[in-house]
Design a protein around this ligand. Structure first.
Ligand code: FE2
Length: 311
């Protein structure tokens, strides 16, 4: 059995490709509570109150989709070793290993998963001073849920190659994967096509989670689903659509996993477990439609030569 390519420390940032880049950049700064680090024509980098240079990158595109998911690794040497192990597994590398030359600097390697998602491992990126946490605004990105046509293959790639661990299953519909003590940084949802399901932003406390929902209400932005609390992960949830129709979530209080004691379980998909407070009710067709998004071939659209490359 091969070693995973690296030890992932945490989710750093997510890039979303969006049909409504300027409006979404306004929404995430003026309403959602992120702050612009840099904005350009058709692109924006936004931060939370944490020390990550940016947590959300928006890129203008003709179709919504996932641009990239970036994880932290500890050192450039680990990035180099990850690249060697990716090569040994025939996983296609599309950038690096080396200095990224990007806005957040750092040393990284980017590769493509079996459904075309671009994953970046990044060390030594710029940090920014943490901001006060009194306001009801996100600290950063805490998890991404991805729709997959083959949940078993996706889970295998992210556990075997990336070294993530399965914290829980929701029947054979969803799998929650962790890379640190947070119950999940990535989750997969079995679906008809690959796409980004939603991106979740961490609120520091449950009070700030609720106050954030209240601020959105004042902006006439109502939840698609929530507020409520999930059984798997124990986190609070409230899902919204951004101006491009991509789903964003406020969450708080995700379960912390003790590696030595955690037992993965399979949760039944029943209302009292997907909405433990009983406040949210079942997800509507509208939220399900938003979460399904549109088919996203990711890097395979932009790098057609990658099609047919298997590990
Ligand atoms: Fe979520």
């Amino acid at each position: 059995m091969k070693e995973p390519i690296a030890k992932l420390r945490r989710l750093r940032s997510v890039e979303l490709r969006t049909t409504a880049c300027a409006d979404s950049a306004d929404f995430y700064t003026d309403v959602w509570g992120l702050r612009a680090v840099e904005r350009g024509d058709g692109e924006a980098w936004l931060r939370g109150t944490g020390d990550e240079h940016h947590v959300l990158q928006l890129t203008a595109a003709e179709q919504n989709g996932l641009g990239r998911i970036t994880f932290a690794v500890a050192t450039p040497a680990e990035v180099d070793e990850a690249a060697r192990r990716l090569d040994a597994r025939n996983v296609p590398i599309i950038a690096g290993p080396g200095p990224t030359g990007e806005i957040s600097a750092g040393y990284g390697v980017s590769f493509v998963d079996p459904e075309g998602r671009i994953i970046q491992l990044l060390a030594d990126a710029l940090a920014v001073p943490m901001l006060r946490r009194e306001e009801a605004v996100p600290v950063g990105v805490t998890h991404v849920v991805l729709n997959t046509v083959d949940i078993d293959a996706s889970v295998e790639f992210y556990t075997d190659v990336l070294g993530m661990r399965v914290s829980d299953w929701s029947e054979h519909q969803m799998a929650f994967l962790r890379c640190n003590s947070d119950h999940h940084s990535i989750a997969f949802n079995q679906a008809e096509w690959a796409s980004v399901n939603h991106v979740a932003y961490e609120m520091p406390t449950i009070d700030q989670f609720m106050r954030g929902i209240g601020r959105l209400r004042h902006h006439r932005v109502l939840p698609l689903w929530g507020p409520g609390r999930h059984g798997p992960g124990d986190n609070t949830f409230s899902y919204f659509a951004d101006p491009g129709g991509l789903v964003c979530e406020y969450t708080s209080g995700v379960a912390q996993v003790d590696e030595d004691r955690w037992l993965c379980r399979v949760w039944r998909r029943v209302p009292e477990l997907s909405d433990t407070w009983g406040t949210a009710g079942p997800p509507s067709v509208d939220v399900r439609t938003h979460m399904a998004g549109v088919p996203d071939r990711g890097a395979f659209d932009r790098h057609p030569d990658l099609l047919g490359v298997t590990r």
